[in-house]
Design a protein. Structure first.
Length: 104
């Protein structure tokens, strides 16, 4: 996690000891995306704020993507031809790590 100067000031104002935070990531992670998967990945990333979740006293439970909102994003990005199954496969793969609290 990268902290900008404003976030550092906010943490200090709240009394957070910045030396206790995990080290900041300085390396970018790169990965290859095969051309047939590019549009599905673009759609999945564009829907990053369209998750349905339920809050409990203990944690947040991620339920899945809001398909009504996904349809709007598909239209906005002109990605109507993207295979729905590809998006659902990525959604299903993400739910495990989201609900376990790990990066998988």
């Amino acid at each position: 996690m990268q902290l900008d100067d404003d976030m550092r000031r906010q943490f200090v104002a709240l009394g957070v000891d910045l030396s206790t935070l995990p080290p900041e990531d300085t390396e970018e992670e790169h990965f290859e995306v095969w051309p047939p998967n590019w549009d599905a990945l673009r759609l999945f990333l564009a829907c990053s704020t369209q998750w349905r979740a339920a809050g409990t006293f203990a944690r947040v439970i991620w339920l899945g993507l809001d398909y009504g909102a996904v349809e709007i994003v598909m239209r906005q990005l002109s990605l109507a031809g993207v295979a729905w199954n590809d998006l659902q496969a990525m959604e299903a793969a993400a739910l495990g790590p989201l609900n376990s609290g790990t990066d998988a």
